[in-house]
Write a protein that binds this ligand. Structure first.
Ligand code: ADP
Ligand code: TRP
Length: 316
């Protein structure tokens, strides 16, 4: 039996190359080695997305993204979180095991608190729902970017807590899978690329957008080399090529940016074209989501039934 891999990207806005190198690329590469589940965390997205039409579009869009980068629905299960009530039911059961002070130590909560935001209960509870996503499927491996590491640790703690409390081995402890050198892809301003910082290069950008974005990269130079430009170049081209290019064009920031524009366009265009093709048949996308959701629901429901059994909720 293959080991189990599960991950998902919140359907909220355009994907960027940070999402690709930090997460999606690994999804595709691991597809043959693991039994894979790639899901749409739409319940997580509800914390920020309140427009129903935009929600529907984002759900379809993230699946188009998954397919365009190479996730194959014949090999992997693609499913929609909100259509499987076991996720929210398991979350509640876990909620009765996790303390507030424990969740208050989560980075995402602390960041929100530091910004003095009105924090939603859904945001506070985000890691517990995420633990349910992971644990319901006996997940072994969760490929994510560095910023999600703590959430996987929380999922492990919750698995242990449940197992200890109910003297069972119902839950497997998942491991994160983080590729070190792409754990934090820099954005056009040199900080972590993130849709919240307006510093992204969209994953399916056309050449015009790529040009605009690359030209805006901040060129804080390290000895005649624009470090931020080079860091992005190293993601898409091999080391020798990049080292040579930057040696030959030392100090020539414009030429180096132009080379990056061409290389990024060559890298992105096959995925961009595939996505445009897939977009023409939305019914097919909905069919893929629904078929995957049926398969996933069966597994999640069976696990939830066992949770009810060991917790004493089941009367027979
Ligand atoms: P964003 O920061 O743009 O809101 P998300 O939080 O939706 O991105 O992240 C989706 C996935 O992509 C997660 O697994 C996350 O760790 C990964 N990821 C996001 N930004 C980066 C980045 N700059 N470098 C590496 N991985 C990233
Ligand atoms: N928190 C993840 C993100 O922001 C999305 C997510 C929700 C997730 N549940 C998950 C990722 C379970 C991996 C496993 O991208």
């Amino acid at each position: 039996m293959n080991k189990i891999l599960l991950s998902g990207v919140k359907p909220s806005g355009e994907l960027h190359i940070g999402n690709y190198f930090g997460a999606l690329k690994q999804f595709v590469e691991l597809q043959d080695e693991y039994k894979c589940f790639f899901f749409i965390p739409d319940l997580h997205a509800m914390n920020t997305q309140k427009d129903p039409k935009a929600m529907q579009e984002s759900i379809i869009n993230i699946v188009l993204d998954y397919l365009a980068v190479g996730i194959d629905p014949k090999k992997s299960v693609i499913f929609q979180q909100s259509q499987i009530p076991a996720h929210t039911e398991a979350t509640w059961i876990f909620d009765t095991l996790v303390t507030m002070p424990y969740l208050m130590r989560a980075h995402a909560f602390k960041d929100a608190e530091a910004k003095n935001k009105d924090i939603l209960v859904g945001t506070f509870n985000y890691p517990v729902l995420m633990a349910a996503d992971i644990l319901l499927y006996d997940t072994d491996l969760v490929p994510v970017g560095q910023d999600q590491k703590q959430h996987i640790e929380i999922a492990r703690d919750i698995a242990q807590k449940f197992n200890n409390t109910y003297n069972t081995d119902l839950f497997k402890e998942p491991k994160e899978y983080i590729i070190e050198n792409v754990a934090v892809v820099p954005g056009t301003d040199g900080q972590k690329m993130s849709k919240s910082y307006n510093n992204t290069i969209p994953l399916f950008a056309d050449k015009e957008t790529i040009t605009k974005k690359v030209m805006s990269i901040v060129t804080d130079s390290g000895e005649g080399e624009p470090t931020n430009v080079k860091a992005i170049h190293l993601l898409i081209k091999d080391k020798d090529y990049v080292e040579n290019l930057y040696k030959e064009n030392k100090g020539q920031y414009k030429a180096l940016k132009e080379a990056l524009i061409d290389d990024l366009d060559a890298f992105i265009s096959p995925m961009r074209e595939k996505r445009a093709q897939l977009e023409k048949n939305k019914d097919e996308i909905i069919k893929i989501i629904n078929e995957g959701t049926i398969k996933a629901k069966e597994i999640a429901d069976a696990k939830l039934l066992k949770m009810r059994e060991v917790t004493g909720l089941l009367l027979v």
